[in-house]
Design a protein around this ligand. Structure first.
Ligand code: ADP
Length: 470
């Protein structure tokens, strides 16, 4: 509406207040142009061509034109209006010719009232040829049409236009608010619901593309928030379950030692062993949570150093010797040529450890685990294979998520649901590729690749030569 009012004011200003000035100014300009054209093509013997041109100029601009010789005899005449000043009265030519002479033969501009009505007329006169000794004179006369009545008509039209524009502006505002503001209002109240924790809110993005995009972005945010929310619930469920169980056991065995087995060294040691194992389980969980939160907060920086990967793998596998001997697991290591890599040794150790730990936890009844080092042009690939049940393809996406644990995991499988999230966080921090190949009922292969730009030369002690392991 403000826009309409501004348009209206501008139109009022130009069409009504300045109309007369504009009109007079443009009429004078027309006369001036006509005079210039006539002066340019003036010939003393009025030729047919000159006459034709004069007629054209006169009719184009509603002008009366008179060209006379120095004695005032008419050479060319064109009377366009009945009210003409030059042709209207006898001797008028002599009257105006004298005015030019009195003005030292310089052009004259006169605004004279029309003798037949009260409106003005413009009269222009100038000497032709040399101003000292002119060969003739040119007179141009035109009437200034009264604009007063036109102004009244325009005023009325403007009132109509303003009214129509205001109605239009009102309709357009309604339409725009309906198309833009309403969907935004709807989305805002939906977002408020989402903020209150309703993850089933629908974001309706009817209307403009931008509104649709906003609705899509919010729907995506809602999905992500609901995922995080579910994961957090799972975390609380998992962590509280996993913490409660060892705590209950710690309490139970401590009470048993106090009340029953305190004096029986064999029983007491057995119970103490259980207490120690449960404490380990607890500290493992707490450490995992701390590690992951440090990694994910972005505060954890890499501290790369050079180390030889085959020996590192053997060393980590060695740590599982106790459990593999006790529980009957066979861990097979298939190394490649020795190779120096450059990465954060502590963190990569943790990745390898977590993968082997999972393979032991989830391998099949044959209790076989295979660890391979494969040197390739793209880098050094580490594979950890088990012969377990495998992982369904739709679950593969989830297992690297925090606190994801398959529903059917057993209590004896020590785990926090954080092992693979730590693996993912460390490998992402290094920028290494990783993944899983799994066949249901046959087992899974977890792998990652230390990228080639982090692989140094192979160190071959036997031959004492340095050779690139790629
Ligand atoms: P967890 O402590 O439960 O092992 P992880 O993050 O290490 O936590 O693993 C997440 C889930 O991925 C596990 O609960 C299990 O369902 C699945 N998983 C991990 N490794 C294997 C494997 N080698 N074979 C089959 N399933 C696996």
């Amino acid at each position: 509406m403000s826009f309409t009012i501004i348009v209206f004011l501008l139109m009022w200003l130009f069409q009504i207040l300045f109309l007369e000035k504009f009109y007079t100014h443009s009429k004078i300009r027309d006369v001036d142009d006509a005079a210039t054209r006539i002066l340019n093509s003036f010939e003393i013997d009025s030729s047919a061509e000159f006459s034709r041109k004069m007629a054209e100029i006169a009719s184009e601009n509603d002008l009366c034109i008179e060209v006379v010789d120095r004695y005032g005899r008419s050479l060319y005449t064109k009377e366009f209006s009945v009210d003409c000043l030059i042709h209207g009265k006898e001797n008028s030519i002599y009257f105006y010719q004298k005015k030019i002479t009195d003005n030292y033969n310089k052009p004259i501009w006169l605004k004279v009232p029309n003798p037949h009505n009260n409106y003005s007329m413009v009269l222009f006169g100038c000497a032709l040829g040399d101003t000292e000794n002119p060969s003739g004179y040119l007179f141009i006369n035109t009437a200034l049409v009264p604009v007063g009545s036109t102004v009244t008509i325009i005023k009325r039209q403007l009132l109509f236009i303003t009214f129509i524009l205001i109605v239009f502006a009102f309709i357009i505002s309604l339409f725009v608010s309906k198309r833009i503001a309403r969907p935004i209002d709807r989305i805002t109240s939906a977002a408020e619901n989402l903020a209150k924790g309703d993850f089933n809110t629908k974001f309706d993005g009817k209307g403009y593309l931008e509104v649709k995009q906003l609705a899509e972005a919010l729907t995506y945010a809602e999905k992500e928030l609901s995922r995080v929310d579910t994961m957090q619930r799972d975390l609380i469920a998992n962590v509280s379950h996993d913490l409660r169980t060892p705590l209950t056991m710690l309490k139970a065995y401590a009470e048993m030692i106090r009340d029953l087995s305190g004096d029986n060294p064999v029983k007491r040691n057995e119970h103490l062993e259980i207490i120690i194992n449960e404490t380990d389980r607890l500290s493992l969980m707490v450490n995992d949570i701390l590690d992951l939160s440090k990694l994910e907060s972005g505060r954890q920086k890499l501290e790369p150093s050079e180390f030889e990967i085959s020996s590192k793998l053997s060393e980590i596998i060695g740590r599982f010797k106790g459990i593999s001997e006790k529980m009957g697991y066979s861990i097979h290591f298939i190394p490649d040529e020795k190779c120096i890599v450059f990465c954060d040794v502590v963190k990569i150790e943790q990745v390898i450890y977590n993968l082997i730990n999972n393979a032991i936890n989830y391998t099949g009844a044959d209790k076989q685990v295979f660890i391979r080092q494969i040197n390739s042009p793209d880098g050094v690939v580490i594979e950890v294979e088990d012969t377990g049940d495998g992982i369904e393809s739709e679950k593969i996406k989830l297992i690297f998520d925090k606190y994801y644990r398959s529903e059917n995991h057993k209590r004896e499988v020590v785990g926090t649901g954080l092992g693979l999230s730590i693996v993912k966080a460390v490998l992402k921090l290094h920028g290494y590729d990783y993944g899983v190949r799994s066949v249901l009922g046959k087992g899974s292969v977890f792998w990652f690749r230390i990228s080639s730009n982090n692989v140094k030369n192979i160190h071959n002690r036997e031959k004492n030569v340095d050779k690139n392991c790629q």
